[in-house]
Design a protein around this ligand. Structure first.
Ligand SMILES: NC(=O)c1ccc[n+]([C@@H]2O[C@H](COP(=O)([O-])OP(=O)(O)OC[C@H]3O[C@@H](n4cnc5c(N)ncnc54)[C@H](OP(=O)(O)O)[C@@H]3O)[C@@H](O)[C@H]2O)c1
Length: 347
């Protein structure tokens, strides 16, 4: 397993990590697409055996059951494993019962309570990476950072990170940490894949400029890039995008099917799968710290682990970049055209 540094921090993470969003039954957002507890246990053991050292979960995944399972399975192996979890949303996403007004968000009260509950479910004294799940525009960043900093000082959390921030808020948080002399976010968790490249506008350049680690979520775009979905056909019965039909409709575009053809052609040349090539494209990006794999079965995990041995050529990368290139509108189109003109002037 390849090991990478998490941004400018000293933490070393495996280039592939394991997502816990699908561990155990969900009654809310992931209903019908998760793994049984037995299968999830096999996935967890196999991941550790393959050298994965980071498991990512959240208080809300399978309504807290994901954290409980990871806590049980990590017993006796805690020293081999980095546990990352998150706070921000109320358990059940407000779908099971109406939460109280302080049961979510990034206030001091909500963070401190969520952290205690996660530590209890995870059966651990310390969370390696504690991440805020989404920025909270209703709470001042100073309050959020001071609460997170106290958790580090108290020894309950080792590193802090964020997920799903806008570029301006991410940079604002770094300035605030500097001003307040608190710990800062060491990583950003973001959605990134061949079909979702918006993070390349603001977040990936910000991560590069400020030395933040990048943990990639939905690297296969919920399985769309695995090759099992086909143009003009309905999603395989029981698959994630069969259950989440709106997501499938959003992905069902000419551009994406054409992209899958390019992925398939490159996969054939490397005697690899669509999934392995799609993950290898992300692994080849210098900003990637780790790809958080979301797998429902042990077989999917084994297939995705093979991404580590796919070495894409510069021609492959160019073809994939071109086939997946988003519309870079204002101001990125102006940057691109100006830089191209300047390069011509220098030639
Ligand atoms: N911070 C955030 O806001 C956020 C949001 C989402 C996820 N995450 C994290 O990222 C992790 C991964 O997200 P994700 O589950 O969306 O990742 P993903 O890799 O984009 O999608 C995973 C899904 O693709 C299918 N799949 C995976 N490998 C496959 C293979 N080799 N062949 C065929 N199908 C395959 C499986 O669905 P089926 O087999 O059921 O079709 C699986 O549920 C989560 O567990 C979580 O830790 C974070």
């Amino acid at each position: 397993m390849e090991i990478r540094r998490l941004g400018a921090s000293g933490l070393r993470v495996s280039a592939l990590s394991l997502g816990g969003m699908l561990f155990g039954a969900s009654q809310t957002l992931m209903k019908g697409v998760t793994s049984s507890e037995e299968e999830a246990r096999r996935i967890f053991d196999r991941a550790l055996e393959a050298g994965i050292n980071l498991v990512d979960t959240a208080n809300v995944y399978t309504e807290g059951r994901s954290e409980e399972l990871i806590g049980e399975w990590a017993a006796g192996k805690r020293d081999q494993l980095l546990i990352a979890t998150k706070c921000r949303f109320p358990i059940g996403h407000g779908m099971l019962r109406k939460p109280g007004p302080n049961d979510w968000g990034l206030s001091r009260r909500a963070i401190m309570t969520a952290c205690e509950e996660s530590l209890r479910r995870l059966k651990t004294d310390v969370i390696d990476l504690y991440q805020v799940h989404l920025q909270d525009r209703n709470v001042a960043i100073d309050e959020t950072l001071r609460a997170l900093d106290d958790l580090v000082t108290e020894g309950k959390v080792r590193y802090i990170g964020c997920a799903n921030y806008a570029g301006y808020s991410l940079v604002e948080s770094l300035w605030a940490a500097d001003r307040l002399r608190t710990h800062r976010y060491e990583s950003i968790q973001l959605q990134w894949s061949l079909v979702q490249r918006s993070a390349e506008r603001e977040l990936i350049p910000a991560a590069a400029a400020f030395g933040l680690g990048v943990l990639v979520w939905s690297p296969l775009s919920r399985g769309f890039l695995s090759g099992k979905y086909q143009r003009g056909k309905t999603a395989p019965a029981g698959s994630r995008l069969d259950v989440h039909k709106d997501t499938f409709r959003a992905l069902d575009t000419e551009k994406n099917w054409n992209l899958l053809e390019v992925v398939g052609r490159i996969a054939e040349q490397h005697e690899a799968t669509h999934a392995a090539v799609s993950l290898a494209w992300l692994l080849a990006r210098p900003q990637t710290s780790s790809l958080i794999l979301g797998v429902r079965t042990e077989a999917e995990l084994d297939e995705n682990l093979r991404a580590l041995s796919v070495k894409l050529t510069s021609e492959d990368l160019k073809a994939l970049d071109e086939a997946s290139c988003p519309a870079w509108d204002y101001p990125w189109d102006v940057f691109r055209d100006t830089e191209a003109m300047e390069a011509r002037l220098l030639a």
